[in-house]
Design a protein. Structure first.
Length: 133
């Protein structure tokens, strides 16, 4: 230490800024892009009994929704440097449509809210799946 409190503080703050910057450069990456094939592979791996018949994918948001014959919904989303999945149960999600986006707010907070751009007609089909359960 230099003995000068202000200089010591400035050096410490500069060191922290450098470390945070390096961490962002090293670990941030370009993000995980999501498409139907990657979402389908992850869903088959995590939920082998879920056979999707319809998809709604928003690559910009890094979110995909899948619907099966039983009208269950699965969420596939970018998480870290990969993809993660969650099955959406009626009791565990608040699903609503506004301003051209279907949004799913999870009640258990194990994943962030998911939002997918779609038309009102498409949203009506997805909302019916949640309301039917």
């Amino acid at each position: 230490m230099t003995g000068n409190v202000v200089l010591d503080l400035a050096i410490s703050v500069a060191g922290i800024v450098i470390l945070v910057g390096l961490a962002r450069i090293i670990f941030a990456g370009a993000g995980t892009l999501i498409d139907q094939s990657s979402a389908e592979r992850r869903l088959v791996f995590d939920e082998p009994d879920f056979a999707p018949v319809a998809w709604a994918i928003d690559q910009t948001a890094g979110v995909a929704l899948a619907r099966n014959d039983a009208e269950e919904i699965a969420l596939v989303f970018a998480h870290g440097d990969g993809l993660a999945t969650r099955r959406i149960a009626a009791h565990d999600a608040n699903v609503h449509y506004a301003e051209g986006r279907l949004t799913i707010d999870r009640a258990d907070h194990t994943s962030r809210s998911a939002s997918v751009a779609m038309t009102p007609d498409e949203a009506e089909v997805w909302l019916a799946c949640v309301d039917a359960r």
